[in-house]
Ligand binder design. Structure first.
Ligand code: HEC
Ligand code: HEC
Ligand code: HEC
Length: 406
């Protein structure tokens, strides 16, 4: 009897060991999964929001501005006490899919979970698998600094009920595989609408105005729909792909927050993914165009003098510039946006052209904030927004004064 017992025990022990080994083998993600997770982490630009100190990537603590105050990003490294080390996979999926923390509290949508909810479960877990490979860093981010009453997380329950629809991106069987991949990236991981869609009073993206353009950090993220003049009607899919990969094309250059998106996210995507995004954007509906405007020639006279004195050296008298070196101004969609903030930022602060492996040459645009008055900046802006066939609403000195403060 004793002998048989021992035999059974031995077999049991072997079975336990085997299942533990198999379990461990299953829990250990493959090299491919980690690589896919890394690519999705780039596409979602997690690093830009979750890195405050470049020496501690993903350790969180960066202040993310919202119209209601600041929220600090979390520590995503596998540190057990201050990062995600003690989280289960279910905790991680729940945060992404539902915006709910392990203790049941709700996240603020400064964490773009209204987009990340579109990701399929294996992709969410691939991101987790990649984050698990980072070196653990101890860092506790500061608590949010939101104005009353939004400082109460419990209010996010109401917000979620009113504005948040959890659920994965539903593929459209009538569209190509490429289109669906583009939609999955644009609507989900890459969360393009977080900046390019206008928000309502409560900070939720307006469903009826998807990709209609939105303000961000003193800039304006232009419309991505197919609208004439201020939308992407005149851009081909190749133009969009070139802009996302190299930060510039024959129409425009990426500056401000979009320069970060290009550097940290889109320039690192595979050619196929960038192409898929371009195909998806080109298929967006045109959207309602901006109301027609026509400024009187007298309103442009002062601006023309300033332009001829200060800007022609690079942008040429006819605005044609030198594509990919000095962006052309005629037909420029960003320039003709109803909201002039990106144009004002560039004229006030100047800009350094970003460099990417595909477009390594540098360039710079001088700043005019110090030497010119609000009136002069408004005049030159009105001139370039309304010459060479361009048309856009009048910009006032008060708007310039406000842009200076931002
Ligand atoms: C636009 C900025 C932004 C981006 C992009 C972003 N996050 Fe965050 N994330 C935040 C902020 C802000 C918080 C804190 C939210 C809060 O306190 O309610 C947060 C919170 C989180 C949390 C909750 C952590 C905790 O300790 O409770 C996780 C998990 C997370 N982010 C993962 C990611 C991952 C992974 C990515 C990329 C796929 C990502 N985030 C991209 C801003 C961002
Ligand atoms: C953090 C905010 C932010 C995110 C996220 C973002 N953008 Fe942008 N985007 C901007 C801003 C701001 C500009 C204007 C840049 C400028 O003035 O040079 C811009 C400009 C653009 C332009 C040029 C439009 C024109 O008319 O000149 C394209 C195309 C574009 N973005 C596509 C995308 C795509 C595709 C995504 C998602 C992969 C994305 N953006 C994500 C903020 C953002
Ligand atoms: C020394 C050359 C130079 C001069 C002078 C100059 N610019 Fe620029 N400008 C540039 C460069 C380079 C860029 C691209 C910056 C970037 O890549 O972010 C640019 C970008 C712009 C843009 C943004 C266009 C886009 O689609 O990205 C506008 C608008 C603009 N300039 C207007 C002006 C005006 C108005 C003046 C005169 C007040 C002026 N520039 C003077 C070099 C110049």
């Amino acid at each position: 009897m004793q002998g048989r017992h021992d035999g059974t025990r031995a077999i049991l022990a072997i079975l336990v060991l085997c299942s533990a080994f198999l379990g461990a083998a299953q829990a250990e993600p493959s090299v491919e999964t980690i690589a896919r997770g890394r690519a999705l982490t780039d596409a979602a630009d997690c690093a830009t929001c979750h890195t405050a100190d470049p020496a501690k990537p993903f350790a969180g603590g960066k202040r993310i501005g919202t119209p209601f105050g600041g929220v600090y990003s979390a520590n995503l490294t596998p540190d057990r006490d201050t990062g995600l080390g003690a989280w289960s996979d279910e905790d991680f999926v729940r945060a992404f899919r539902y915006g709910i923390a392990p203790d049941g509290s709700r996240y603020f949508p400064a964490f773009p979970y209204p987009h990340f909810t579109k990701l399929i479960r294996p992709d969410i877990l691939a991101i987790r698998a990649y984050l698990d490979t980072l070196p653990p860093v101890r860092n506790t981010p500061p608590p949010p600094q939101l104005r009353w009453p939004l400082n109460y997380r419990v209010l996010m329950r109401v917000w979620n009920f009113a504005f948040f629809r959890p659920g994965i991106f539903e593929p459209d069987q009538n569209k190509s595989v490429e289109w669906n991949r583009g939609g999955y990236l644009v609507e989900g991981a890459a969360h393009c609408g977080a900046c390019h869609t206008p928000r309502n009073f409560f900070g939720a993206e307006k469903r009826g105005r998807m990709f209609g353009g939105g303000p961000v950090d003193g800039w304006f993220a232009p419309r991505l729909d197919g609208a004439e003049r201020s939308g992407l009607k005149s851009w081909s899919a190749d133009d969009i792909a070139e802009y996302l990969q190299s930060g510039r094309n024959g129409h425009s250059h990426a500056s401000g927050p979009m320069a970060d998106v290009v550097l940290n996210s889109t320039s690192r995507m595979s050619d196929a993914d960038v192409r898929a995004i371009a195909i998806y954007l080109k298929d967006l509906p045109p959207g309602t165009p901006e109301p027609a405007v026509a400024l009187a020639p007298a309103q442009l006279a002062e601006g023309e003098k300033l332009y001829k004195a200060a800007c022609v050296a690079c942008h040429e008298a006819d605005g044609s510039g030198a594509p990919r070196i000095y962006p052309p101004l005629p037909g420029n969609a960003n320039l003709q946006s109803a909201n002039p903030n990106s144009t004002l930022r560039i004229i006030l602060d100047g800009a350094q052209t970003i460099t990417t492996p595909r477009a390594p040459n540098k360039g710079s645009m001088p700043a005019y904030a110090k030497q010119w008055s609000d009136q002069q900046i408004a005049d030159v802006t009105n001139y370039i927004r309304n010459s060479w066939g361009n048309a856009a609403a009048l910009v006032t000195p008060a708007q310039v004064a406000k842009a200076r403060r931002d």
